[in-house]
Ligand binder design. Sequence first.
Ligand SMILES: [Zn+2]
Length: 325
Amino acid sequence: MAKDKLIGVDLGGTTIKFAILTAEGEIQQKWSIRTNILDEGSHIVPDIIDSINHHLDLYQLDKDRIIGIGMGTPGTVDLEAGTVKGAFNLNWKETQNVREQIEAGTGLPLTMDNDANAAALGEQWRGAGNNQPDVAFITLGTGVGGGLINEGKLIHGVAGAGGEVGHMIVEPGGYLCTCGNYGCLEQYASATGVVHLAQDFAEAYVGNSKLKAMVDNGEEVTSKIVFDLAKEGDYLANEVVDKVAYYLGLASANISNILNPSSVVIGGGVSAAGKFLLDRVEKNFKQFAFKSTRDVTEVKLAELGNDAGAYGAASLARNSDRVIA
Ligand SMILES: [Zn+2]
């Protein structure tokens, strides 16, 4: 039987998303289950196995037709060993033998990578990257993650830390980051980073601003509120957005000066601000980028939303030569 289907799994701290795709990357079925992180996350892998087996039965899809399973996961993936460590939002305290268990439980080959790399591949293959071989991806959420694809391959580096664009220093001596360094992009362009900037700017600002009033009154300010107020013309909120765009434009230019990708794709929750944010990022990008990259590299918004991880996971399986012995 010809192998013509891919399974993509996007493992997250609250939900696990699954998709069955054609080899060309059309999603044919998708579903999700809640992530059960109880008992040190020991239910997660068995739940994934059961859910895949159940749905293949349900759709009467013969396992002989499956090219493989791809999965994006939080934590650090050992690509050689097929293990995951440091996935604290899954409650995985010890290194997990994920590949061995899933392959034994499904009889299908599994290829994994970290979730940001998977999302990057998804956008590169089926999203804003237009299936071009050189694409950089930055995702702005509670943190800042990313993935870099060079000549069709994800950059992993020697310790799997390649593509950690969130820890690029954009402000030497700036805000303290969770990684122990100061001035990482994550501290300025994540949802919490935007709020941190808003609080600092509000303190120094003396003019009229709804954002300043909210901060001064101790009201809860979110990154969405900052962007919404900026769109309404709030002066201080626009100062904050300008600063976020400055850091993102600087980071995008630095990545592009090294990799010269066809596009830098910006995704994640904060990017929901859309063209309003993108136009300003682009302006800064053009200012900082080296001429020959500035002329060819486009800064774009991600297109796949929550499906990026599943598409990218399927892409991992598609590009893998892994077989079950
Ligand atoms: Zn950092």
